[in-house]
Design a binder for this molecule. Sequence first.
Ligand code: NAP
Length: 274
Amino acid sequence: MNNILPKFIYGTAWKDPETKKLTLDALQKGFRAIDTANQRKYYNESDVGTGLKEFLNSSLIKRDELFIQTKFTYAHGQNDIKPYSEHDSLSRQVIDSFTSSLQHLNIEYIDSYLLHAPFSAGKITDEDLEVWSSMESLVRKGHIKYLGISNINSRQLSELCKKVIIQPKFVQNFSLTYTAWDEDTRILCKAKDILYQGYGLLKAKIHGKPPLLFSDLAEKYGKTIPQLIYCFCQQLGMICLTGTSNPIHMEQTLSVEDFKIDEVDMLKLTAICR
Ligand SMILES: NC(=O)c1ccc[n+]([C@@H]2O[C@H](COP(=O)([O-])OP(=O)(O)OC[C@H]3O[C@@H](n4cnc5c(N)ncnc54)[C@H](OP(=O)(O)O)[C@@H]3O)[C@@H](O)[C@H]2O)c1
């Protein structure tokens, strides 16, 4: 395994026109893992690459001390600017998307390459298997360290694992409070030695409102509610994504390392979302 196992990943969605600056800010503040996608609709991967290059040129940190993750996105998840021709086979689309990701990011390998979402919500399709097989070929050539998949439910994940050769190392999901923070998928990930990345964590709500327990416990530990939620999610075993644009929030997020939620409070927090 990569010797850098990030506790936080800095997410670069919805950052335009500040993608380059915020990527650089996040790295300078101490984030060592970056998430992006070759999906121009929501991400600007080449500006992530410019921020990354500026950081590597101006610091003592080396490329292999960073964890860089990007994604292959199907045409139906893209806008008009696609990193491949929609008329090509899916295997070709993966190779073209991946090649342009390396160019955008100015790097020679990707730590983690995700299929952005299964082709359809119901099951794993032939399209997914063709894409995965093409992603596997890139791992075999040494261009990618680990594969992963995003926006997948536990049934699909179980099916995927049975049908592919190289197993996913990461799952990246929207971790909703009312699904007990995606408990089914997290349990399956643990059983299969897959690392779970959670996004949307601060959208934690029950009946449309943040649970009162959050504010009570945030006060008890002398932390902000986001810090409490991130700490809780890490103690559940998640790698947390954050895409904050605020330098103070970046610092507050990284400083979560300095406290621990006790067992009783972990049980209380776990109980509110069951
Ligand atoms: N795979 C997928 O389909 C998918 C989908 C969505 C997201 N993602 C990934 O996940 C990343 C994170 O996205 P997200 O949906 O979790 O939301 P987010 O970008 O982390 O931000 C959610 C909101 O929380 C606020 N916030 C963040 N940290 C805070 C803090 N410490 N204190 C107070 N407020 C804070 C932000 O405001 P401020 O900017 O003011 O802090 C923002 O308004 C994305 O950039 C992307 O990389 C992936």
